[in-house]
Ligand binder design. Structure first.
Ligand code: ADP
Ligand code: GLC
Length: 506
């Protein structure tokens, strides 16, 4: 029997992306399919997603909580503002042919811009309802809403899907089939915490609202709902899986995660070779590989020109491609820029987010015109250009569940300079003498979230640049590493198997 997986998430590359979650939603499902699973995505009908889906097959109404056949008081209520009952449209992602359900709910998803934040950077005021409906649709599909395709596993991602697990818990009836449930934490810092007064609107009965349920300091926590009511929990690197069971990285939920430690698995993300391959990447042609680096030399010159940096082939070019947030540790960067430039380096930053970090970086550009460049915004093509053209990619993160740009950097021979946290600690090996000696070095790693530690790693990068043969061999090793989705997909299938009844063969 083929394993059926309902894969629930809120963004999908290239149709709608705010971060690595979208890359994972594009990379992991096809890898599961390649290993024999029958996977369908469930996504909210945000405009970018609607535009990239070809409808095919049925539509299904999604009855509100308390409708005939459903327990009273469970599931989101219809708001008069929302017009007709939400519905699911079956279809396929036009580009990849992946089967998908799009959840339409008039008034909830048809809005321009970021899926989570309004134009002032504030969460949409109806965020809780938006994602309660997503969780509810997932729970009903899990419970057999589509008689023709009933999933064995419901796999939700991040807090946006959290209520699915609570609703499924409430819908479960002894002796009736229910899907196994798996929840993946991509970022524990975003939890979906809402005022308790929303409980009736979201259809969360008293039985769920207590300290062993989804109550979090008197409020509703979507993240906690998932952590309490899923059968298994995964997160996106082995080190982050350990870190979140401790107070420092646990974001107040470390106690809950310690209780679930036996069902908590760290599975490192992969790289989608169709998108991030320096030889075939249409955004960085001519392409290159470890033996033919002329394309990388050209990419560097193009990048310097595009971002207004002096065209110096010998400058050690550092880069950032990132959300500019506290998480990424970029508040440390302005303090090392003078030193970096004085040593002959350059810096190219692509990112957007925190206004204070943006401003501090603008000041650096003003101090060092031609040596430091900043592009504020989100630009997929430039992101490829930066990762291909730079020598070093910086991730001085405060915390990093996995991190994808260091993996992209490795693939493109752009050595990562990272803080030793989360997935960065699992993937980057410092150019210390012993690691140079045993051939495992692939970047630069520092421990403490402070300026002297970052500066030490920068100095190691300059030191390695002066040892051209060593740089080449580290780069060659980095480019040969593969962080593939096939390995990750096998690990996810093992997690599914651990929570499935014996009858289903993953
Ligand atoms: P996170 O999900 O925490 O933001 P990841 O490293 O997992 O971090 O993923 C970030 C993804 O977003 C990568 O694909 C990266 O290339 C992309 N990205 C980040 N900032 C930008 C930007 N300003 N323009 C284009 N792509 C970006
Ligand atoms: C989150 C994390 C990032 C991770 C990504 C994909 O956005 O911040 O570290 O790579 O999810 O799992």
């Amino acid at each position: 029997m083929t394993l059926k997986v309902l894969y629930v998430c809120s963004e999908l590359f290239p149709l709608l992306k705010t971060g690595g979650l979208a890359d994972v939603s594009a990379g992991l499902p096809p890898a599961l399919v390649a290993r024999g699973a029958d996977v369908r995505l469930l996504l909210p009908a945000f405009p970018g997603l609607v535009a990239g889906v070809t409808p095919e097959g049925p539509t299904l109404l999604v009855p509100a909580g308390g409708s005939p056949g459903l327990p009273a008081g469970l599931g989101p209520q219809l708001s008069t503002a929302h017009g007709p009952t939400p519905w699911l449209q079956a279809g396929r992602i036009t580009e990849s042919d992946m089967p998908v359900w799009l959840l339409h709910a008039p008034g909830l998803y048809q809005r321009a811009g970021n899926p989570y934040l309004d134009e002032h950077g504030q969460p949409w005021p109806d965020s809780a309802e938006q994602f309660a409906w997503l969780g509810w649709a997932a729970a009903l599909l899990g419970n057999g809403l589509d008689a023709g395709w009933r999933p064995d596993v419901v796999h939700g991602h991040d807090w946006h899907t959290g209520l699915a697990f609570a609703y499924l818990h409430e819908l479960a009836r002894p002796a009736e089939p229910r899907p196994a449930t798996v929840f993946t934490v991509h970022n524990l810092a975003y939890q979906g915490v809402f005022d308790a007064s929303l409980r009736p609107r979201l259809g969360l009965p008293d039985g769920l609202f207590h300290v062993q349920g989804l109550e979090f300091h008197g409020q509703i926590s979507f993240m906690k709902a998932a952590l309490k009511y899923s059968d298994a929990i995964t997160t996106v690197s082995p080190t982050y899986a350990r870190e979140i069971t401790g107070a420092e990285q646990g974001c107040g939920l470390d106690g809950v995660l310690r209780q679930r430690q036996a069902q908590l698995h760290g599975i490192l993300n992969g790289v989608d070779d169709a998108v991030w391959n320096p030889l075939t990447d249409p955004l960085v042609q001519p392409g290159f590989d470890a033996d033919h680096l002329q394309g990388k030399v050209l990419a560097k010159a193009r990048l310097q020109q595009r971002m207004g940096l002096e065209p110096r082939a010998d400058a050690l070019l550092f880069s950032v491609v990132s959300r500019l947030t506290e998480q990424k540790g970029l508040h440390l960067l302005p303090a090392v820029v003078d030193d970096l430039v004085q040593r002959g380096g350059q810096l190219a930053v692509l990112g957007s987010g925190d206004a204070a970090i943006e401003q501090a970086l603008r000041d650096c550009v003003r101090r060092h015109p031609g040596q430091v460049a900043l592009t504020v915004g989100y630009d997929e093509a430039l992101a490829h250009g930066v990762i291909a053209g730079a020598d070093v990619i910086l991730l001085p993160s405060r915390f990093e569940p996995c991190g994808l740009t260091q993996l992209y950097g490795l693939r493109y021979g752009t050595l990562p300079l990272v803080r030793a946290v989360g997935g960065l600690a699992d993937t980057v090996v410092d150019c210390s003498l012993e690691h140079l000696d045993d051939g495992s070095a692939n970047g630069f790693v520092f421990q403490d979230l402070d300026v002297p530690s970052l500066l030490g790693a920068l100095r190691r990068a300059f030191a390695l640049q002066r040892r051209a043969a060593d740089w080449r061999s580290v780069q060659r090793h980095a480019m040969a590493l593969r962080f593939g989705w096939p390995r990750a997909a096998s690990d996810y299938l093992r997690v599914y198997a651990s929570v499935l009844p014996d009858a289903v063969d993953p």
